[in-house]
Design a protein around this ligand. Sequence first.
Ligand code: 5GP
Length: 180
Amino acid sequence: MDSDIAEILFTEEEIEQKNRELATQIDHDYSDRDIVAIGILRGCMFFMADLLRLLKVNLTMDVMVVSSYDETDTVSSGEIEIQKDFSIDVKNKDVLIVEDIVDTGLTLYHVKEHLKKRGAKSVKICTMLDKPSRRNLDVVSDYNGFVIPNEFVVGYGLGYANRYRNLKYIGILKPEIYQN
Ligand code: 5GP
């Protein structure tokens, strides 16, 4: 698995440190209210697990499964499909979406709208990574870990063909793996 990685961008220690910083910020901002955390699977799984366990504020949580491209593509199809919706009540609640990466913004734009339509009082976004160079829609991550260049990355939940998700670090996948 490691031999398919061109460059490690963030080590396990750097990710841990970043999660602590994000948790401090979120605890501060939500000190007077509870959070409904909605994770977008599958990419959020490790980030969500680590981040939420660092938070001191009261929270409830649920997940959605959303896909914006085929598992063996590295670019978005331009459409999103909700494969599994959340079932928790978000009406008049303060929702925090937890997502691995904001790229074109398509996924988070639609998920945010979806939550607003379900009556959420506020919707904020927390992402581990932001790839601003590819943004098509006006989506801002309220809490973001790292800004990255326009490279296809894997690890810490992010996969290619559903592999590499369990890498402890985040790294750039060698282009020859997907350019066949
Ligand atoms: P967006 O809808 O913002 O274009 O893309 C969001 C989704 O695309 C993310 O949830 C993630 O699954 C996927 N994605 C975007 N960039 C990357 C990347 O560099 N690596 C991986 N593995 N997935 C990515």
